[in-house]
Design a protein around this ligand. Sequence first.
Ligand SMILES: C[S@@+](CC[C@H](N)C(=O)[O-])C[C@H]1O[C@@H](n2cnc3c(N)ncnc32)[C@H](O)[C@@H]1O
Ligand code: SF4
Length: 346
Amino acid sequence: MGHSIPLVLKAAPLDTRGRALTDLRISVVDRCNFRCPYCMPEDEYPRDHQFLSKAERLRFEEIERLARIFVGLGVRKLRLTGGEPMLRRDLPELVRQLAAIPGLSDLAMTTNGSLLADKAETLRAAGLKRITLSLDTVDPKTFGVMSGGRGDVATVLTAIEAAERAGFAPLKINAVVMRGVNDAQAVDLVEHFRGTPHIVRFIEYMDVGTCNDWQKELVVPSAELRERIAARWPLVELEPNYGGEVARRYAFADGRGEIGFISSVSEPFCGDCSRARLSADGRLYTCLFANSGHDLRGPMRAGANDEDLAGLICAVWNARDDRYSESRSELRVQQRERVEMYEIGG
Ligand SMILES: C[S@@+](CC[C@H](N)C(=O)[O-])C[C@H]1O[C@@H](n2cnc3c(N)ncnc32)[C@H](O)[C@@H]1O
Ligand code: SF4
């Protein structure tokens, strides 16, 4: 077996729509200490849901091995996610192993911030480059609702300060917006971070998974939210940082910072989607809205060598045809089974 894979194994795979594979999101655990209503609502997520056992989850060396193979196939960005990634014990050790992969240009993590404060420095020292923090509101009461009664906004704000001290600024601060739940506080969230280097990005509430009882009426289209914010602080649209960037970027006209909008419902961006997702039990998903993943753990544990695994990944990517967000209305009706967001991360 061994890690004999050369850095570039063969030509980077393209999917049926000519999209390359450059970005891998790795879910390190499917559990979460929050119960956000749009992701894992306390009353709705399947009661009989069996979270993964330790033996089912990929071990760090298995994650590192797969990540190395993905990088050999052209992936340049890795993002750790979950569930809540900070629930995975010794996460900095995984970060250290991933940061050492030759050819990687970015290593990031998405977290709810509840367990971050005293680990931020260790993560930085281990090689984590960027943190995206999920924070839907700065209003303590609404935060309670948006975390399913589990979270405390002061803890997350303390984590943001710790992340700043550890050198992670600018952070991306992601806020999912649900009409009638936290949309009225969106302007306050912007105000809180205006004048800091951090970038608040509003995400349209998506119909991921099966348990959030998604209704279109609860989505606040980015255009509407942008108008509300621009009425208070005029905005100037910015160029994307790179092709395939999911957020539309805006600067405050007075120079006091930047915000973004991720409009996966009102302006789907499947066209240049280059992301794959690896679940904590080693299944490869080619779309956030997929109903099944492709097992990599089974072949790996059965003794497949790196080249076999690379071949499997290429075959999955070559066959990829997903464009769920662009064809949402037709597909929603047909598709009942769908992977949950807490299984594969954002
Ligand atoms: C599944 S979480 C995993 C990482 C971590 N627990 C966190 O919340 O940052 C990743 C991202 O998905 C987003 N998310 C979850 N469900 C969503 C939904 N229905 N619509 C839009 N974004 C969603 C969360 O807000 C979060 O930013
Ligand atoms: S969005 Fe993140 S913090 Fe909220 S329930 Fe899902 S995994 Fe947990």
